[in-house]
Design a protein around this ligand. Structure first.
Ligand code: ADP
Ligand code: ASP
Ligand code: MG
Length: 461
């Protein structure tokens, strides 16, 4: 079995956390942790396979023993004997719990959103006690909580839950405020609970969001997101080698970047900070002295027109068409409310001027639900004749507050993408004028991102 990381890298990262927290001894600090590298992905994929009957009971047990051994190795590396004993006991308890659930899923042959959230919650439920134990070992008094125990209460959309804002703000403050005075609470990122205490998760990458929620609740001075790159970059460094770190970015730009696929931040993680005006810093655990990126309200004198190019893959372009749509009011509204009913996130919208079609972009995972609901709502076929889709597309967005009032950005975007021999399937500008986004075939995403990054960012440097 191959995880995305090694115990040594995990231990180094946690030792880094202890060093960072230790160096802030005069401050009140809450630590929000994510799972060890690759663990959440692995839990997702194993749960899926198990529900399809692809793993025997023996294989499930061996997966669990490997997963826990990786955590034990990290704990043994970092914790004193006394702290280790306690953590190993907790790990043992979780190991039995996970085994029961996974074997249950195998027998039932079904994986629901609720059981998925339960299974993947183990990533953070295993890392948090180790981080908390490591802090205790290095002399920082610490206790750990699940997000739910820390007070994050959500609706029951198990895999992409939204916090119930007022009660979450109050409960988190109540639970953490006093503890903060003489200890460092460690809170599991990503996982939360609904009003009945059933485990929910905040969506992939949700630890950033947990940190922002906790920061807002306790009126933090700053929220720091620690990751594995030197901050928010001008584009995904895995796709474009010319990517550079952005020193300062505004909330709205960071939000757009995250919304359109900048994996470095969870899209919702800026909102709570923005509401309370809390600055957010994104820094590299492996280079803690580097300046990272500072996210603030407004950036004065931003020189760049385009600050970043983001790439979102796994998107689907759905086109709803029919000449009967011409001049009929409310087709778009009916479509959007149908999709909203199914809680489908619409990423982009465009309507041809003839009104004979509407194109929308959604996440590929929502395609079946979207097609079903749209065909159901327009079942008489008088208005909508066809629903077509292309499920291998990507959205490339150029982002920058400096685009507001700057002419010719869309023209430059078109020219440079077409020079790279990439066909643009759809284009849209956000009303905030902070982004212009286009849809291309997924196979062309890298080429388009490279061309746009070169045109708007590298050439300027
Ligand atoms: P973590 O586990 O620290 O939360 P993530 O994998 O969620 O890390 O996010 C960090 C990764 O996001 C980086 O390693 C990088 O490959 C990718 N990434 C995509 N777009 C950007 C961007 N604009 N700036 C920085 N990193 C980005
Ligand atoms: N572990 C979760 C995930 O992989 C949350 C996070 O990393 O922020 O999505
Ligand atoms: Mg992340």
């Amino acid at each position: 079995m191959k995880f995305g990381g090694t115990s040594l890298a995990d231990a180094q990262r946690i030792a880094g956390v202890c060093k960072i927290v230790g160096s802030r001894s005069g401050d009140e600090v809450v630590v929000v942790v994510s799972a060890l590298a690759g663990v959440t992905d692995m839990l997702f994929s194993q749960a899926q396979k198990i529900s399809e009957g692809k793993l025997t009971e023996e294989e499930i047990k061996s997966f669990i023993s490997e997963l826990f051994e990786r955590h034990r190795v990290v704990a043994r590396e970092l914790l004193s004997e006394k702290d280790l004993e306690l953590v190993l006991m907790e790990l043992e308890r979780f190991s039995l719990e996970l085994e029961k659930i996974l074997i249950g899923i195998r027998y039932v042959g079904e994986l629901t959103p609720r059981s998925t959230a339960y299974v993947v919650s183990f990533g953070e439920r295993l890392s948090a006690p180790i981080v908390s134990g490591a802090l205790n070992t290095c002399g920082v008094k610490s206790v750990w909580f699940t997000g739910y125990d820390a007070g994050i209460i959500t609706d029951s959309r198990y895999e992409k839950a939204s916090p119930i804002w007022e009660s979450t703000m109050q409960t988190v403050k109540q639970r953490l405020e006093n503890l903060l005075k003489d200890s460092v609470p460690v809170v599991t990122g990503f996982i939360s609970g609904d009003t009945l205490g059933r485990i929910t998760t905040l969506g992939r990458g949700g630890s950033d969001y947990t940190a922002a929620i906790v920061g807002a609740a306790i009126d933090a001075e700053e929220v720091w997101i620690w990751t594995d790159v030197d901050g928010i970059m001008t584009t995904d460094p895995r796709l474009v080698s010319e990517a550079q770190t952005i020193p300062v970015i505004s909330y709205i730009e960071a939000m757009e970047l995250a919304f359109f696929g900048g994996k470095v931040l969870h899209p919702k993680s800026i909102e709570p900070a923005m509401e309370k005006g809390v600055p957010v810093r994104v820094k590299n655990t492996f280079n803690p002295d580097g300046p990272g990126t500072l996210i603030v309200k407004d950036q004065e004198k931003a020189r760049e027109v385009v600050k970043a190019v983001s790439v979102m893959t796994h998107a689907t372009l759905v086109t709803i068409s029919g000449v009967g749509m011409i001049g009929v009011p409310g087709v778009a509204a009916k479509t959007f409310s149908a999709l909203a009913e199914e809680k489908i996130n619409i990423l982009m919208i465009s309507q041809g001027s003839s009104e004979a079609n509407i194109s929308i972009v959604i996440e590929s995972q929502d395609l079946d639900k979207a097609i079903n609901i749209v065909t159901e709502k327009f079942a008489d076929r008088d208005i909508v004749r066809r629903v077509d889709y292309n499920n291998d597309v990507a959205i490339i967005a150029v982002i920058g507050a400096g685009m507001k009032g700057t002419k010719g950005v869309a023209a430059r975007l078109f020219t440079s993408v077409s020079k790279a021999d990439v066909n643009v399937l759809m284009i849209a500008q956000g009303s905030s004028e902070v982004n212009i986004s286009c849809v291309v075939e997924e196979k062309d995403a890298k080429k388009a991102a490279q061309a746009l990054h070169h045109e708007f960012i590298t050439k300027k440097a």
